[in-house]
Design a binder for this molecule. Structure first.
Ligand code: FUC
Length: 813
C-alpha cells in the first residue's frame, strides 16, 4: 500500500533535522578468539593496512609473522597482444554461425597471449622465545573493533601480552611484546624469505632483508618444467624489495649475532617493520625503471621511530575505526556460543546449533578484510586480498575478472566502505590504457577490452600461452564491460558527479565503444556477441560433443545491456555525448533478449543447450538478477525462470559460488533460502587442496575456502547479508526484503542505499521493522518499502527521517 497524505504528515511529524538517535542493539561481539596458537596458515590471524600485511601465528615458544607487500609481483610489463587474433576472428565467427563449435574452440586458442605473473610472498619474521616453564591461560584474538591481533598467556605469575597491527598512517607493521613483570621479555629475531635474498643485521637494533623477484612465475595450475624463472642478465627483469625491522626496548639489552637480533631481559619491546618494493607503476619495468625500495623503507622506519607506541596505536585505531565503525549489526545472540573460541563456534554452528552472532561476526570480518586489503592509492584486493605465503599461489593470486575481482567489491558501497573501492577504479583506469591497445591489435576494435586474467602489469589480452588455456575462461572478453559497473555503482550510491564525469565516464564510454564494435548482427535483426562464453562452463553441442564457444551467452547480453543502460543514464546526467547515447539506445533495443528454456529455466546460451554441468559454480546467466538488476519482480516470467535456474544449480559449490547464491536468493526475496546458503558457507572447510567440487566452508581464521583460501567468498558473504537487509537497485529502498526466520529480531546501522541514503538505524522484531532512521546525504526523493507498504518523500541534504515502532501498523493512522 502507499501511505495517504495525512499518514505522510504523521510520518513527517517524526522527522527531525540532525536528530540524535541511539542504537538499542546489544554490544557487538567483534572478536575472533582462539585457545591455541596457529599451527596452519589458515589458523593465523590477518592484519593489513591495504599494502603491508601479516599473518600472526601467536606461538608461545616462537612468534611467526608471515609478511606481504601488495605490489610485490613477478615479471614486468610486456607485449601480450596478438595481431594474429584479428585474422582469426572472422574464422571463429564463421565457425560459430555454422554451428561448428568445437572448431571455434580450437580457433580461439590461436588468439591467446602469454600467462599472467604471480603475486609474491614478502618474507617471514620469526621470534624464538625462551620458555622453560609451562604456559597457561593462553588466548589469542583478532579484535575487529580496533584492528589489532592480541596474544596473551601466563608463565607462572608473569602475564605476557603481544599486540600486532598494520598502521596505514605510519606505513609500518607494529608489534609490542610486554609482560606484567619487569625484565621478562627476551627473544631472538630473524627475517627470512622464499624469494632470492640477503639478510643481515644492519645495526645494533635493525634487521634488513633485501631481495628480488623472479622474472616469471607460471600460474599454479600449469605443470611447467621451469615454473619459477629469475633473470640474471645485467638489467634483467625482476622486482627488488627491502624489508627491515627495528626493535625498541624498555630495559634489557639487544645484541646482534650474524643475521639474528637477540633481545634479553627487557620490560617491553616494540618491533617496527617496514617494507618497500621497486614497483613504479603498471607500465614501468621494476628493475630498469623502478623506485629505490631501500631509501623508502628506511624513511618510513625513521618516521615511525619518532612516535611512541601509544601514539602509533592511537593513530592506527583512529584511522581504522573511521571506516570500520560506520556499520553495526545485531542478528541476535546465543550467549552459550559467544563465549567459545571461534573455531569451536564454527563446528557447533555446522552441527545445527543456533549462533546468529557468528554470521554477524563473519559479516563484519568481510568489512575488516576489505579495509585491511584495499586502501586508496594501493592495489585492489587480489584473490587472497593481501595475504599469501606461496611463490605459486593458487591462480597466481591475481585478479580474475569473470567473477572474482568484481565480487571482492560487492560490499564496498552498501557496507559503507566506498573509499576502499578506490584501488579498483585506478586498476580499471590502468587496465583500460592497456586494453585500448589490445582492442585495436587483437580485434581491430575501438574502445578498450579486458579478458579474464589481469595482474599488476594490467594484462588485458587473453592468457593461455598461445593455445594452452581453455577459451571458456582465457578468451572471455567482457572483463572491462563488467568492471565498469563498479564505477557506476560508486556514483549511484554516493552521487559524486565529478567522479562520474572525470573518472567513470571516459572508462565506461571506452568499454561501451568496444562492445558496439564487438557486437554483430545475427542475421535475424538481433545484435549478438561472437565468440561468446558462459564462464567457465560448457554445453553439449547438437553433435553430442562438449563445447564452449558459441554466440550471445545470456551473461554477455546482460553485461552489455547493463553497461549501455548505465552509460545512457550517465550521459543524461552529465549532459554529454547525446549522439553516442543514442547509438547505445539503438543497439540496446536490438540486443538478443533473455529466453526461457524447456525446463522453465533462464537459458544460459542463445540456444537451449544442455549444460555440461548443471551444478556448475558459476551462475553467470543470473548476472541480470545480481549484481545486475535487469531481471526483477517487474519482469515476472524471467524472474521465475531465473529462480528456476538457481534451483537447478543447487546449493553445493565453491566458497565464492555459495556467496553469489546468497545474494541471488536475497534478490529473489527469499530469506530462508538465502539463510540456507549462509549456513552452507559457514561450516568448517576441508583442506587446502584446490577443488572446484567440494571442501568449501570457512577455515578456523574465518577465511573463506574455495578451497583453498580465496577471499571473494568472504566479501560475497558480507554483501549477501546486506542484500538480505537492504536493497535499492530498483529506485526504492527495500527494507528487510529477505529476512530469514532464523533472525527474527535484530538491528543494523550504517548500510547505504543508492541515491545517497544511509540506514542510520533499523531495528526489527518478530520479522517486522520496529524503528527506522534514514539519513539523506544528498537530498532528493526517497521511496521506502517494507513488505507491501511503501512511503515516498522528498528529503533535504543531511536530513535524518525517523519512524517509531508504528511504521507497520496502519491501524495507528
Ligand atoms: C575462476 C573460477 C575458479 C576460481 C578462479 C580464481 O576461474 O572459476 O573457481 O575462483 O577464478
Amino acid at each position: 500500500m502507499t501511505f495517504s497524505r495525512p499518514v505522510l504528515k504523521a510520518l513527517f511529524a517524526l522527522a527531525v533535522l540532525g536528530h540524535a538517535y541511539s542504537l538499542h542493539a546489544a554490544p557487538e561481539n567483534l572478536q575472533l578468539r582462539y585457545a591455541e596458537p596457529a599451527h596452519r596458515w589458515v589458523e593465523a590471524l590477518p592484519v593489513g593496512n591495504g599494502r603491508l600485511g601479516a599473518m600472526v601465528f601467536g606461538g608461545t615458544d616462537s612468534e611467526h609473522l608471515q609478511l606481504n607487500e601488495s605490489t610485490l609481483w613477478s615479471g614486468g610489463p610486456r607485449d601480450w597482444n596478438n595481431p594474429q587474433a584479428r585474422e582469426i576472428l572472422p574464422q571463429v565467427r564463421a565457425a560459430v554461425a555454422a554451428g561448428r563449435y568445437a572448431e571455434a574452440d580450437a580457433l580461439c586458442r590461436k588468439m591467446q597471449g602469454p600467462y599472467n605473473e604471480s603475486y609474491q610472498p614478502l618474507g617471514d619474521l620469526t621470534l624464538d622465545i625462551p620458555n622453560a616453564e609451562k604456559c597457561s591461560d593462553y588466548e589469542r584474538t583478532l579484535d575487529l573493533d580496533r584492528g589489532v591481533a592480541v596474544v596473551r598467556y601466563r608463565v607462572g605469575d608473569a602475564a605476557f601480552t603481544r599486540e600486532v597491527f598494520s598502521s596505514r598512517p605510519d606505513q609500518v607493521i607494529v608489534m609490542r611484546l610486554s609482560c606484567s613483570q619487569p625484565g621478562k621479555v627476551s627473544f631472538r629475531a630473524s627475517l627470512d624469505s622464499l624469494l632470492r635474498h640477503e639478510a643481515l643485521a644492519a645495526g645494533p637494533d635493525t634487521l634488513e632483508l633485501t631481495g628480488r623477484c623472479p622474472a616469471h612465475v607460471a600460474p599454479s595450475y600449469l605443470r611447467a618444467s621451469d615454473p619459477i624463472r629469475y633473470d640474471d642478465q645485467p638489467g634483467g627483469e625482476g622486482m627488488t624489495f627491502d624489508l627491515r625491522m627495528r626493535v625498541r626496548l624498555k630495559g634489557g639489552t639487544v645484541a646482534w649475532d650474524g643475521q639474528i637480533l637477540e633481545v634479553a631481559g627487557a620490560d617491553e619491546a616494540v618491533l617496527l617493520i617496514s617494507a618497500e618494493t621497486s614497483f613504479n607503476g603498471f607500465d614501468k619495468s621494476p628493475s630498469r625503471e623502478g623506485r629505490d625500495p631501500v631509501s623508502a623503507a628506511v624513511r618510513r622506519l625513521a618516521f615511525a621511530q619518532l612516535r611512541s607506541y601509544a601514539d602509533l596505536l592511537s593513530r592506527h585505531e583512529e584511522d581504522y575505526r573511521r571506516l570500520f565503525g560506520r556499520v553495526k549489526i545485531d542478528l541476535g545472540h546465543e550467549p552459550a556460543a559467544e563465549s567459545l573460541p571461534t573455531d569451536e563456534r564454527i563446528r557447533r554452528f555446522a552441527a545445527g546449533q543456533a549462533d546468529p552472532g557468528l554470521a554477524a561476526l563473519l559479516f563484519q570480518y568481510g568489512r575488516y578484510l576489505l579495509i585491511a586489503s584495499s586502501r586508496p592509492g594501493g592495489q585492489p584486493a587480489n584473490l587472497q586480498g593481501l595475504w599469501n605465503d606461496s611463490m605459486r599461489p593458487p591462480w597466481s593470486a591475481n585478479w580474475t575478472l569473470n567473477i572474482n575481482a568484481e565480487m571482492n567489491y560487492w560490499p564496498a558501497e552498501v557496507a559503507n566502505l566506498a573509499e576502499c573501492h578506490e584501488p579498483l577504479f585506478d586498476f580499471i583506469r590502468d587496465l583500460a590504457t592497456n586494453g585500448r591497445k589490445t582492442a585495436e591489435v587483437n580485434y581491430g576494435a575501438h574502445g578498450w577490452v579486458a579478458h579474464h586474467n589481469a595482474d599488476i602489469w594490467r594484462q588485458s589480452a587473453p592468457v593461455g600461452d598461445y593455445g594452452g588455456g581453455s577459451p571458456v575462461w582465457a578468451n572471455w572478453p567482457m572483463g572491462g564491460a563488467w568492471l565498469c559497473r563498479d564505477l557506476w555503482e560508486h556514483y549511484a550510491f554516493g552521487g559524486d558527479s565529478a567522479f562520474l564525469r572525470n573518472r567513470a565516464w571516459p572508462l565506461m564510454k571506452g568499454a561501451a565503444e568496444f562492445c558496439l564494435d564487438w557486437l554483430v548482427d545475427d542475421g535475424h535483426g538481433h545484435l549478438v556477441t561472437s565468440p561468446s562464453f558462459s564462464p567457465e562452463t560448457g554445453f553439449i553441442a547438437p553433435d553430442g560433443h562438449r563445447a564452449f564457444t558459441s554466440m550471445a551467452s545470456t551473461m554477455d547480453m546482460e553485461i552489455i545491456g547493463d553497461l549501455f543502460g548505465n552509460c545512457i543514464e550517465a550521459s543524461r546526467i552529465l549532459g554529454v555525448d547525446p549522439d553516442f547515447a543514442a547509438r547505445l539506445e539503438a543497439a540496446r533495443a536490438k540486443l538478443l533478449p533473455p529466453r526461457i528454456g524447456a525446463r522453465g529455466q533462464l537459458e544460459e546460451w542463445s540456444q537451449d543447450f544442455i549444460e555440461e554441468d548443471i551444478h556448475h559454480r558459476h551462475t553467470s546467466h543470473l548476472f541480470g538478477v545480481y549484481p545486475g538488476h535487469e531481471i526483477t519482480p517487474g519482469t515476472p516470467e524471467l524472474f521465475a525462470a531465473a529462480r528456476r535456474s538457481l534451483e537447478l544449480r543447487g546449493d553445493e559449490s565453491t566458497g565464492w559460488a555459495l556467496g553469489w547464491r546468497i545474494n541471488l536468493w536475497a534478490r529473489f526475496r527469499d530469506g530462508d533460502d538465502a539463510y540456507r546458503l549462509v549456513s552452507n558457507l559457514l561450516h568448517p572447510a576441508g583442506g587446502m587442496d584446490v577443488s572446484v567440487t567440494g571442501g568449501s566452508g570457512v577455515y578456523p581464521n574465518l577465511f573463506d575456502a574455495h578451497p583453498p583460501f580465496q577471499i571473494d567468498g568472504n566479501f560475497a558473504f558480507t554483501a549477501g547479508i546486506c542484500e538480505m537487509l537492504v536493497q535499492s537497485q530498483s529506485g526504492t529502498i527495500d527494507l528487510i526484503p529477505a529476512l530469514p526466520k532464523a533472525w527474527p529480531a535484530g538491528s543494523v546501522s550504517g548500510l547505504r542505499a543508492r541515491g545517497g541514503f544511509e540506514i542510520a538505524e533499523m531495528d526489527w522484531a518478530a520479522g517486522r521493522v520496529t524503528r527506522l532512521a534514514v539519513r539523506s546525504t544528498l537530498g532528493g526523493h526517497c521511496t521506502l518499502r517494507i513488505g507491501d507498504h511503501t512511503v515516498a518523500m522528498d528529503t533535504k541534504p543531511g536530513q535524518i527521517v525517523i519512524w517509531d515502532d508504528a511504521f507497520q501498523s496502519p491501524d495507528r493512522f
